[in-house]
Design a protein around this ligand. Structure first.
Ligand code: GUN
Length: 281
């Protein structure tokens, strides 16, 4: 019997704790955690993500502001805005919503955010800190994935973990974090030969490729923990990378889409903003 991992319920519980910590921080230090989100252009998906981030901040008492900039903004103007926020003591977290328009160098923008305010965990300093197990701010989706796996009550140490996908945002960092938890980790990707065979060895399978329904039950070992990071919009509804109906007969634990990894990502952003605020004391 497959047990579904209820990301929505787990995220709700974590947000309750964050809200309590925010109250304590105010009572003890008169400090209100602040997050500034920069949104460039009119991309509809980005607008939804940013609205959800604002709503989540409000729910837990984090002060949030959104700076909306035109699609035509220059890289220089954007970098100057980031510099100003780096110096603003009321803003503990800075997040630039990606993707950015083609004329702006994303790396230059990420590198401009002060590492102590980089609540996405994308700055090379924070990536290096993650590599050496020192990271204060870890990337949100991988951090959420680890929490979901831990919620199953299964020990990560000694398990075979296979991560399908090698992005800087999910695949690479989640592989590092699983390694830190003492799993034996394989990273598979679009050039991997015999992908199904590689995936079948997994006790923990994390799929982050953005191809709806790509992973069917022939890719998994009976009883494996399967984490589906895919969120592709198909005919108006969200689809995961995993064939849910087949998988829920074979996996030991499985995250649904929606309601699995998604709610955890924003929750970990709130957690990182709280961590950044506490670190500023
Ligand atoms: N766009 C899609 N996902 C993300 C994310 O995790 N962080 C940022 N900054 N932009 C995104």
């Amino acid at each position: 019997m497959t047990q579904l991992i209820d990301g929505k319920a787990i995220a709700k519980e974590i947000r309750k704790n964050i809200k309590e910590e925010v109250v304590t921080l105010y009572n003890e230090y008169r400090l209100i955690p602040g997050l500034c989100v920069i949104l460039v252009g009119e991309d509809p998906a980005s607008q939804i993500y940013v609205r959800n981030k604002e709503r989540a901040c409000k729910e837990v008492g984090i002060h949030s502001t959104v700076i909306r900039m035109s699609e035509e903004v220059t890289e220089k103007e954007l970098l100057e805005t980031i510099e100003r926020l780096n110096r603003d003591d009321t803003m503990h977290g800075i997040l630039v919503q990606l993707p950015l328009p083609g004329h702006i160098n994303e790396d230059a923008v990420i590198n401009a955010i002060h590492p102590s305010k980089d609540v996405d965990g994308f700055h090379p300093i924070n990536v290096g800190m993650l590599m050496t197990s020192q990271a204060n701010l870890q990337p949100c989706t991988p951090k959420g994935i680890i929490r979901l796996i831990e919620e199953t009550g299964q020990n990560i140490a000694g398990k075979q973990a296979v991560v399908i996908g090698r992005s800087n945002i999910v695949g690479k960092p989640v592989a590092l974090m699983l390694l830190q938890k003492h799993a034996t980790v394989t990273i598979a990707h679009s050039r991997t030969k015999n992908l199904a065979e590689v995936a079948q060895a997994a006790d923990i399978l994390v799929v982050a490729i953005g191809k709806p329904d790509f992973i069917d039950s022939s890719f998994v070992k009976e009883g494996a923990i399967v984490i589906d990071v895919g969120t592709t919009r198909v005919n108006g509804s969200l689809k995961g990378d995993v064939k849910f109906d087949e998988m829920k007969e074979k996996a030991g634990y499985l995250t649904p889409v929606p309601g699995g990894v998604g709610p955890m990502t924003i929750t970990m952003l709130l957690d990182n903003t709280l961590i950044a605020a506490k670190s500023s004391l």
